[in-house]
Design a protein around this ligand. Sequence first.
Ligand code: SF4
Length: 120
Amino acid sequence: MSLMLNRRSVLKATLMAPFAILLPRLAFSADAKHAAAMPDLTENDPLGGALKYKADASKAGPERADKKATCANCAKFNKCSPADSACKPVAKNSPKAPCEIFMGKQVSAKGWCMSWTKVG
Ligand code: SF4
């Protein structure tokens, strides 16, 4: 009986080994898909609206004093909040990227909001 259990255990372990190897890879792949599928921040978003986010910086109001300020040259562009474990930065010069301020959303490189911070 004991020998039979041992055989069964060995057989189970052998059959499960490939799943043990593949499972972390599948989980990582799901994370990458999640990051790529992040929705765009909209101007109707409660926080985006409060910070007067515009996907097209040229449509921002007088609050945008520096007319060269855009998400692309903001220190918070393509950065992830430490609280957002699903967030992944994207390739440099991407038209959209995560923003440290807006968890779970991506912003336009041509956008702007009142939290704009000069790089450097
Ligand atoms: S803080 Fe504002 S300006 Fe800076 S990247 Fe985020 S949305 Fe764009």
